[in-house]
Design a protein around this ligand. Sequence first.
Ligand SMILES: NC(=O)c1ccc[n+]([C@@H]2O[C@H](COP(=O)([O-])OP(=O)(O)OC[C@H]3O[C@@H](n4cnc5c(N)ncnc54)[C@H](O)[C@@H]3O)[C@@H](O)[C@H]2O)c1
Length: 382
Amino acid sequence: MKTIRFGIIGCGLMGREFASAAARWCHFNQMPAKPVITAICNRSEKPFAWFTENFPGIELVTHDYKELLASDQVDAVYIALPHHMHREVYIAAIEAGKHLMGEKPFGIDRKDNEAINKTITENPDVFVRCVSQFPFFPAVQQIGRMIDSGELGRIISVQSGFLHSSDMDTDKPINWKRMVAYNGAYGVMGDLGMHACHVPLRAGWQPKNVRAILSNIVTQRYQAKGSTTKVPCETWDNATLLIDTQDPKTKETFPWMMRTYRMAPGEKNSWFVEILGTKSSVRFDTRNPKQLEYLKYEGGQQIWQSIQTGYDTAYPTITGPIFEFGFTDAILQMWAAFIGELTTGSVPHRFAGCVTPQEVTQSHKIFDAALQSHKDSSVVSI
Ligand SMILES: NC(=O)c1ccc[n+]([C@@H]2O[C@H](COP(=O)([O-])OP(=O)(O)OC[C@H]3O[C@@H](n4cnc5c(N)ncnc54)[C@H](O)[C@@H]3O)[C@@H](O)[C@H]2O)c1
């Protein structure tokens, strides 16, 4: 099996998730290539011990991302840095000829995203994708196949979203994700928005205009753990968007409601999608990770059915199809999509691919329009 040598830049929460997925590659039945971590880069020293103890293939440990990008022991990079760093480091990686899996929002704002896109266009031999793992849940793969088959009929409405609740704790100190300088003016949309956009954008549905209500509910937070000083917390906690959307195949339009909330009582990383159609309707929520709800309308009684989806994945694994699927499995499947497409140039079907730079650009247009819409109380064209 071919080996792809990876460098990780940003060894925090998500850097470790990728490393763990790479360590579990034996889980797949048939992959054309496998990732091996050869280099890591992080600002602080703290995470290095965990990586070097668990990954004997690491040859380079550095605080300087430029040193990692200059290494001939690295073919591809996973960059999981705070948003204000995306532009500089993604551009440097692409210019160094390293294939790139970059974290969302892929540039702190639209201007930074456009700068990254320019570099992608200038370096067509570099393979670039953006992280978004939830569509790899088996239920969502099934929804993708239903969209492709046309069995939903005319789309009546779409809802998608991503809900968190840990910010309900007002004693939780501020961190970079709650600071405009590091997370961006998008606030919660920069953090959770790409996840909520992935399925509708992959379906090819075209956002036409946006009306948005953005909420900053907790306006101050403690400076640090144990501190008694509070500092301003200026990022948007919750974003509620109503997007007039067109199905390009039929030219018919429908409302797409998108909710990305950090203040959603009771919700713990709940990602959901609901598509109502004239022939069939579907909905899925990671609250019930193996349940796909489905309603087929053929006249008569309208009954929501519940399908147990099990471990029926886009990329086959050793796990039996009756078993449960979760967050780390979705991460593993997403990485299979990246490695598979990088190696073979294709994915098994359209919903089994990672987010493309074009889709990221569309997400930025939506978030940018949402900021404007909220500011002016207006409907903003995309
Ligand atoms: N896909 C997902 O579900 C998901 C979940 C959380 C975060 N994210 C995204 O992942 C990215 C990182 O988020 P995270 O939660 O892992 O953050 P984190 O704070 O846990 O990790 C970021 C790491 O980057 C390091 N760092 C900061 N500046 C650096 C520099 N100049 N050079 C080298 N290292 C530096 C920090 O020391 C830290 O270890 C963000 O883009 C975020 O939106 C994605």
